[in-house]
Design a protein around this ligand. Structure first.
Ligand SMILES: [Zn+2]
Ligand SMILES: [Zn+2]
Length: 187
């Protein structure tokens, strides 16, 4: 896929969006996507592929509906066994953009309503999608990375990675618990 010039192409002229819909594909380096903002901090996440977006925009009166898909590959540390692994992330999102400002309600209420409806207001003849797309990538980052659903984690006794090693600790811990129970029963 061709790389786009972030900042130019992600501004869409509203006139381009018809009722029939407009499809857009973007492929952006994560560093460019986030410019100076760092969405990953010290989480250990690293984007190992460009971020790809497929967007479908549709217009209905004063509203523009956006259905999007975002996909990329992320390197991350497993929260259970601490191994480094790569994961294909893909996520779907829907947003609405409104050119109309609701009237007669106080500002806080408007903002709350907009958040609930995932509605973004805009003015002018261009829709600038940069903030929304950044936000969608941030939202798609894993909350608790797992190298695989059945990851066995680290042994609490010796610290060995139980996906790779078979240590004798598990049995010992079990026996200790069993002995403790026996001792309790004797009392
Ligand atoms: Zn793991
Ligand atoms: Zn062990």
């Amino acid at each position: 896929m061709r790389f786009c010039f972030w900042g130019v192409f992600v501004r869409i002229a509203v006139d381009e969006i018809s009722a029939a819909g407009l499809d857009k594909d973007y492929c952006i380096e994560a560093a460019k996507l986030f410019e100076n903002a760092d969405p990953v901090g010290d989480t250990g996440f690293q984007f190992v592929s460009p971020v790809q977006f497929h967007l479908h925009l549709q217009r209905a009166d004063e509203m523009i509906r956006l259905c999007g898909d975002v996909a990329y590959t992320l390197a991350e540390n497993c929260g259970r066994c601490l191994d480094r692994f790569e994961e294909q992330i893909s996520s779907r999102f829907e947003l609405s953009f409104s050119t109309q400002e609701p009237e007669g309600v106080d500002q806080e209420e408007i903002e709350l309503e907009a958040i609930q409806l995932e509605q973004v207001s805009f003015s002018g003849d261009q829709l600038d999608l940069r903030d929304c797309l950044r936000e969608q990538v941030s939202l798609s980052l894993p909350i608790r990375p797992l190298c695989r659903p059945e990851c066995r984690g680290l042994c609490p006794e010796c610290g060995g990675n139980l996906n790779h090693v078979v240590c004798g600790c598990e049995k010992k811990v079990f026996n200790n618990k069993f002995d403790a129970l026996k001792a309790l029963k004797k009392k």
